[in-house]
Design a protein around this ligand. Structure first.
Ligand code: SF4
Length: 622
């Protein structure tokens, strides 16, 4: 086995050294001397989080299917190791070969959430790669990022060479082929980037210029620097999920990962159209895999991993057309072999409860609802498509089936939200508790029912109908949480209710980045230099350091987070075409203001613009 990059004395003093030694079961081993391209695939967060990520698993497998490419993995070193690597000048290395990633051809990173932005800089810094793309030369790796935050990559535009806009299975082949071609004859970085920008979905930030209006600081123009550079970047989408690349093996982590199981992606996208949900908009249209392909993939993955749990991955599993057939197969074939089946994102109805009762221990497990809003008016504003009867009816069925624990997820601070809407949250939970006591006779009860309410704070995201909405200040979010808490104490069944809420500073920062522009780059750089990273982790998040970095760079939180945008304002992400049109988003914003519900894609097509992709649910829409 190859020598480890970290010496024994370091491995002995850091937390969970197994995060850094590689060699996991099913990891890929190639001879670096026999490939043309070395690719470091990074998840800018800790090993346990990154190892659970399906997108990385798909890309790792897909890139390694190419004989000319060796794709290896990198996760953010935890702060204990970070400090030691800095002290001893140990360069960041890839897990498989333990080689320094500075010598690789590509450093790729997935951006799943805005709070990982400083971890991008941590990876580049520890690798010994210049933090800003303008300072990199021909021998440095090409830094490419993708993932949901790539739909507004402007706050990190200075740090990356390429933004991959779209689903990873689509354009990486062309990008790597071009790179190989350019390497054949005296590689020139700028020349490669200029050619790469012509590949669909590839955005090269350094090839564009941006201007801001003197009057109010909003965007005045965003344009390519050269005539041949595209002015619009079309998000790339897989059109046939059945033939799209999917791993037949998955890595078995050494340290228990957040998701230590086989993950079966049953569909991409969502038919629902919740107005706050970015995933529901950018992954349009909803595209399903056929049930026969899923059965074969399930069998193969369970055999190759030895995992004892299989989980269905989807934004809304209940909407999958053949869920009954797939579940029958999994229950008959997998449960009998001792494999657990987990089913996230189900709507609670008789069918789901029947399935859940077969795959879960009813007494120990809880039923989860995500109504997102307490009042019907507010649920109509967000287009949740869930009535109070759906919720109480579903809960009653669950209580009859033997469950007595319910988890509720809501958002606070949604557009148009009033105190009455907030109070409706504990009132709804109280009604559900009352349904328990009405439904389950005293002698059959196992103590009280437990209703747990969790609220998160709403963050407006690009490419949603709420992209123009204002956010609230951190203190106002906390006031809203207090309204919910106080109202809960006034409920008849308050002893059956429990309420959790989160800190709000981090929400405000997420809001700044989500709709930010290039002017944030220097502030992110300064925040990192002052010690900010792992911002998604409460114990490392330091809001005061962020405020100092914003002040130094004249960044106004008011401007980025609390301001209501004009519907005609040029937005920093308008140059990306995510297929849902701005006209559709405006229409949906207006519908939201009137609390008007828009039907889901299986009921009727609302003309969002994604039909031109020619795939998925749009074929069946009326
Ligand atoms: S074009 Fe119609 S059916 Fe297709 S995703 Fe948009 S609204 Fe749904």
């Amino acid at each position: 086995m190859k020598k480890l990059a970290l010496p024994d004395d370091i491995l002995m003093q850091i937390d969970k050294p197994a995060r850094y030694i590689g060699n996991e079961f099913n990891s890929v081993k190639k001879n670096p001397a026999e490939v043309d391209i070395r690719f470091a695939m990074c998840f800018p967060d800790v090993y346990e989080v990154g190892m659970s990520h399906l997108g990385i698993a798909i890309l790792y497998d897909m890139l390694n299917k190419r004989e000319d490419t060796y794709c290896e993995r990198v996760y953010s070193p935890w702060p204990d190791l970070h400090n030691l690597m800095k002290e001893r000048n140990i360069p960041l290395f890839a897990l498989e070969s333990q080689d320094a990633i500075k010598d690789f051809d590509f450093i790729g990173m997935t951006l799943q959430y805005e709070m990982c932005y400083t971890n991008i800089l941590q990876i580049l810094d520890l690798a010994g790669v210049a933090l800003e793309s303008k300072d990199r030369d021909d021998d440095d790796p090409i830094v490419v990022v993708g993932g949901p935050c790539a739909t507004n990559p402007e706050p990190i535009a200075d740090f990356v060479d390429i933004v991959y806009v779209g689903e990873g299975e689509t354009s990486y082949g062309d990008l790597l082929d071009l790179y190989k071609e350019c390497r054949k004859s005296g590689f020139n970085r700028q020349d490669f980037l200029r050619k790469a920008c012509h590949i669909p979905g590839i955005y090269v930030p350094s090839l564009y210029e941006v201007g801001y209006k003197e009057s109010d600081g909003t965007l005045e123009y965003f344009r390519p620097l050269y005539d041949d550079v595209p002015s619009v970047i079309d998000r790339q989408v897989v059109t046939d999920m059945d033939s799209s690349s999917y791993p037949t093996k998955m890595l078995i982590p050494f340290v228990r990962a957040i998701q230590d199981r086989v993950v079966l992606e049953i569909q991409r996208g969502c038919i629902r159209g919740c107005r706050f949900c970015q995933a529901g908009m950018i992954y349009r249209p909803n595209r399903e895999k056929s049930v026969d392909v899923l059965k074969a993939q399930a069998k193969e993955l369970l055999a190759s991993t030895g995992h004892e749990e299989i989980s269905l991955s989807s934004l809304s599993s209940s909407d999958y057309h053949a869920l009954g057939e797939l579940m029958d197969f999994l229950i008959d074939d997998c449960l009998s072999e001792g494999v657990n089946v987990s089913l996230p994102s189900l709507r609670i109805d008789a069918f789901s409860l029947d399935v859940m009762s077969k795959v879960q221990d009813v007494r120990k497990s809880s039923i989860t609802f995500a109504p997102e809003a307490g009042s019907q008016r507010m649920r109509n504003v967000i287009n949740k498509g869930l009535t109070v009867d759906d919720i109480i009816g579903g809960a009653t069925l669950a209580f009859k089936g033997g469950w007595n624990k319910v988890k509720f997820y809501f958002m606070l601070g949604l557009p148009t939200e009033t105190d009455e809407d907030m109070k409706a949250i504990p009132q709804l939970a109280n009604e559900v508790a009352a349904a328990y006591y009405d439904t389950v006779p005293k002698e059959q009860r196992q103590g009280r029912c437990q209703i747990t309410i969790s609220t998160s704070f709403f963050v407006p995201k690009p490419f949603t109908p709420f992209q123009w909405a204002p956010m609230y200040e951190a203190g106002e979010y906390l006031r809203r949480a207090k309204v919910v808490n106080d109202e809960m104490k006034a409920q008849l069944n308050q002893k059956s209710l429990k309420y959790n809420w989160h800190h709000s500073d981090v929400t405000v920062l997420e809001g700044v980045f989500a709709r930010g522009d290039r002017r944030l780059c220097p502030a992110i750089l300064d925040a990192y230099k002052s010690g900010c990273f792992f911002d998604a982790w409460g114990e490392y998040f330091d809001f005061d350091k962020w405020l100092a970095a914003f002040e130094k760079n004249n960044i106004s939180i008011d401007y980025y987070a609390y301001r209501q945008r004009d519907l005609d304002e040029l937005l920093p992400w308008d140059f990306i075409n995510c297929h849902v049109t701005k006209e559709f988003l405006k229409r949906e914003w207006n519908n939201a203001m009137e609390a008007k519900v828009t039907p889901n894609c299986k009921m009727a097509c609302s003309g969002c613009g994604s039909a031109k992709i020619g795939s998925g649910v749009c074929h069946n829409a009326r």
